[in-house]
Design a binder for this molecule. Sequence first.
Ligand code: GDP
Ligand code: MG
Length: 193
Amino acid sequence: RGSCASDSSDSVISTGSETDSQVYKVVLLGEHGVGKSSLARVFGGLEDAGHDCDEAGNTYDRSIVVDEEEASILLYDIWEQDNSQWLKEQCMRMGDAYIIVYSVTDKSSFEKASELRIQLRRARQSENIPIILVGNKSDLVRSREVSVEEGSACAVVFDCKFIETSASLHHNVHALFEGIVRQIRLRKDSKEE
Ligand code: GDP
Ligand code: MG
């Protein structure tokens, strides 16, 4: 086509982005303090040795095997890196999938999660992007403000998956990332048909 006569370069162009790259960009969203960085560190395999490092932003690169197939995830914990509108818009555009986190001990973070879901839908209108709503800090039983039922009902309304996690206890963190990979694969398969 055009001035490009070679078959080989044609095929490089057509397959390059779809089949070759198995790297999924996953972006963490959610209010300050809900546990995004903690979840990211558990995912990245870094032991949280009791201290809270409060880096501005981080990216974690890790492969996991899901259903006997390897998947590479690039996890972006950059939502709070600065307060620029530009960064927020970048975040909304760049992800192959999103993890929207709230804390089960903080009702306002739950309400914020709904807002983020709406913003995401607006930014990516025609796309059916995988999203998982995450209620973190499930270990803090006595200060719970959002019930499991409220969380899962919200996920139904917003047409996304739902899971409760505890970054502190490492509970369900692996299941969360497996779920993300499965969802991305499902959407990809249905697109290719
Ligand atoms: P971020 O602002 O969303 O990145 O939240 P952080 O990961 O920095 O966590 C905020 C605070 O909540 C820190 O003091 C964490 O140790 C704490 N935290 C995070 N996840 C959990 C959890 O699952 N359980 C409990 N009890 N505390 C958590
Ligand atoms: Mg953080």
